[in-house]
Design a protein around this ligand. Structure first.
Ligand SMILES: [Zn+2]
Length: 415
């Protein structure tokens, strides 16, 4: 009997201590202090305060390199293979090298797809501290498990970022479309792969290359794209929308450069112009939302008064308790519904007010490209969201076609 009691007591004590440690840990997480054993690759713990991360000049280029390879369209595994080929030590190995000692654990010094993926999804690289991602099963079982995302504790802007916001977003967008831009069995990515849309049927454009021109080992000149629906279904499905890559590069380069020059030389005017267009497009929507919001707020205020008078009526005996409770339940149900609706509308309104910030983000990005001479995949994915390709048509004896370029952050910029 006594033994059992003692066990129970010990158990209670262990549980209590474990809960206390957890509480201390959680409050440290919430302060944004870094508490991990190792600094993430690319960072080191500040010598002044080990809870603060600072950029490690030795390992941060590896992080940039990984994000860059991803932007070029490489898969996680391919990036790992490349890092191993370059002889880059895996993160943990780096850590022990810096410490000047052998890794006591018997871990592989090589990269794999999981280590690469973890880095590409870690918000630490844009300056945020996200902790509480893993935990133990219980105070008895110390096995580490991944925690659900809603239990993670994130504190923004706790240290200097290694990766810029636009690169981060471009890389996360690629996660949403894993196959984006992949061409053929080789897994090679076409320059515009996944970025082109047929203006008439909305399907993507397919990359084609003409091998007849690969003389003297040079790159084939005849890289082109056609409507995918046409490629599959022929003339009945759509028309070819054939476009030569070289021609398209020239159009896109010219567009990027001209907008960069405008952004540099006349930023405010350009910004205003884009905002006016955006506002006109969303003005009607916004005013509808605002009307709806005002009506909701009015009703919510009424409900509050109704609740109050229901209480008063009950207190002075004007209505029986049962009726009062019924009324209160009814009001509360309506109030909850209206509050939920209000939240939705506020989110929508906030999204349309985000415009100004996104235009600024775009101007910051585009202005660096006034002298852009060559288009590579990384630059394209960074700047451009998609390009719509119209079919060629004859106008007054010459050929015309529409090409609409949609930029990241702002979409189609019509000037
Ligand atoms: Zn089409």
């Amino acid at each position: 009997m006594l033994v059992i009691m003692k066990n129970v007591m010990n158990d209670l004590y262990a549980r209590d201590t474990s809960n206390k440690i957890k509480a201390v840990k959680q409050s440290t997480f919430k302060s944004g202090k870094y508490v991990g054993c190792y600094a993430p690759l690319g960072y080191r713990k500040s010598s002044a305060d080990k809870h603060i991360l600072e950029i490690d000049p030795i390992t941060s280029p590896v992080v940039k390199h990984i994000f860059d390879m991803r932007l070029q369209g490489n898969g996680f595994r391919k990036i790992a293979v490349q890092l191993n080929a370059e002889g880059v030590p895996a993160p943990r190995t780096f850590y022990y090298m810096a410490e000047g000692r052998e890794n006591p654990r018997n871990e592989t010094p090589y990269w794999n797809d999981v280590t690469v993926k973890t880095i590409l999804r870690n918000e630490v690289y844009i300056g945020h501290t996200v902790q509480n991602k893993t935990g133990t099963v219980s105070y008895k079982n110390h096995k580490q498990v991944d925690k659900p995302k809603d239990e993670w504790i994130k504190v923004e802007n706790t240290h200097e970022p290694i990766i810029s916001q636009d690169i981060w977003e471009a890389v996360q967008r690629m996660d949403n479309h894993p196959g984006r831009g992949r061409t053929g069995k080789s897994g090679m990515i076409a320059l515009f792969g996944g970025l082109l849309r047929c203006m008439d049927c909305g399907s993507s454009l397919r990359y084609m290359r003409d091998y007849r021109k690969t003389t003297s080992g040079k790159e084939p000149e005849f890289k082109s794209y056609v409507c995918n629906r046409y490629a599959i279904g022929g003339k009945d499905a759509c028309s070819s929308h054939y476009i030569n890559q070289k021609a398209l590069v020239a159009v896109v380069l010219a567009d990027i450069r001209s907008k960069a020059i405008l952004a540099q030389g006349n930023r405010e005017a350009l910004k205003e112009q884009i905002l006016v267009r955006k506002r006109n497009a969303s003005a009607e929507r916004t005013s509808l939302l605002k009307t709806e919001l005002t009506a909701l707020e009015k009703r919510l205020a009424e409900l509050e008064k109704l609740v109050q008078s229901a209480y008063e009526d009950k207190v002075i005996g004007r209505i029986p308790e049962g009726v009062c409770i019924n009324l209160l339940n009814k009001y509360e149900a309506e109030r909850a519904e209206k509050l939920e609706h209000k939240k939705e509308i506020s989110t929508k309104l906030a999204a349309s007010e985000e415009n100004e910030k996104s235009v600024d983000d775009w101007l910051d990005l585009i202005q660096d490209y006034a002298q852009l001479e060559e288009l590579d995949r990384a630059t394209l994915v960074r700047i451009i969201q998609k390009i719509e390709i119209g079919e060629k048509r004859e106008v007054d004896g010459h050929v015309e076609r529409d090409i609409n370029i949609y930029y990241n952050f702002v979409g189609f910029v019509e000037l």
